[in-house]
Design a protein around this ligand. Structure first.
Ligand code: ZN
Length: 302
């Protein structure tokens, strides 16, 4: 990034809905050429289906956020559906890119109290955007580039990892930012504003996830998952629950995984109930995709 001073601050180029085989590599290559970075918000489904491109995001030093599993209107979903959408995506990103997102961009920018509280329980800050490039609505490369000129220090622009016009607009956007002494940065999970990427040189990863905040009233609980014995087609996981009262822990197996059996707690589907400090175990089938990751257990007081 020779000759660039960043004296006007940092802005966030954010790319939603990737990764995919047609545009992701081009976007990475252009950003690298300009010594720039980005925040990407893949869906969990795309992450799972494009593990190599998720690694490419990571290796490029991009910040990787959560964008739900398959892009529904979350405000029309129940709390457990929202929880599944976000939790499965956290797991898919962890499995493919090896990082734990700390920011969540709701599809369509739609959020409500349920979405906020589920995001918060997973250590995710909900972030939208300051400038909409409207690249999702067939905007031309010229108008996408024009939109980016409205960015000021700390702000983000909504872009997508799929429109051809976005790929075409990117070099011009980066030239314009450079001439305005603006650099590209990452979104602070603390403030929601864009800041310099942690660690200079661009090879950064999001900070490690913070423990989920505990619920305000009526007690709290946590469930810690530990992988146990493994066989060819299945494996055990033990969940250690710390709670002051009655609790319910919901587990989120990945696509293809399923519960074979469990012990130590009352089970109803993927939810286990009990009381006080306790532990229970689950045997998961790996399924046809041979998935051995350990499903998260989300604990709620009840
Ligand atoms: Zn989207």
């Amino acid at each position: 990034m020779t000759g660039s001073t960043c004296s006007a601050g940092y802005v966030g180029l954010t790319f939603d809905d990737g990764p995919n085989a047609s545009t992701t590599n081009q976007i990475i290559s252009t950003l690298r050429q300009y010594g720039a970075t980005a925040a990407v918000f893949p869906t969990g489904q795309n992450a799972q289906n494009n593990a190599t491109l998720m690694q490419a995001y990571k290796n490029a030093g991009f910040q990787i956020g959560n964008h739900s599993w398959d892009h529904p209107h979350l405000v029309q979903q129940s709390q457990s559906q929202v929880q599944s959408q976000l939790s499965r995506t956290q797991q898919a990103i962890q499995q493919t890119a090896g990082v734990t997102p700390t920011v969540f961009r709701p599809p369509y920018g739609e959020t409500n109290a349920t979405v906020s509280s589920v995001a918060s329980s997973l250590g995710l800050r909900v972030v939208t955007w300051d400038v909409d490039s409207t690249d999702w609505n067939n905007a031309s490369a010229a108008s996408i580039r024009q939109a980016a000129t409205r960015l000021t220090d700390g702000q983000t622009i909504l872009l997508h990892d799929w429109p051809a016009a976005t790929v075409q607009a990117l070099p011009g956007i980066l030239q314009d930012l450079r001439s305005r002494n603006l650099c590209t940065g990452h979104i602070s999970a603390g403030t929601g504003r864009v800041v310099a990427p942690a660690g200079s040189g661009g090879g950064t990863t999001p900070p490690p996830t913070t423990p989920p905040p505990t619920g305000g009233g009526g007690g709290s609980c946590t469930a810690t998952a530990t992988k146990g014995q493994e066989w060819g087609d299945r494996f055990n996981v033990t969940y250690a629950v710390r709670a002051s009262g009655s609790w319910a822990v919901t587990v989120y197996p990945n696509t293809g995984q399923s519960i074979q059996s469990s012990w130590g707690a009352t089970r109803n589907g993927t939810t286990f109930t009990g009381s006080g400090n306790a532990s229970f175990g689950v045997t998961y089938y790996k399924g046809s995709q041979n998935i051995t990751w350990v499903p998260t257990g989300i604990c709620s007081p009840r």
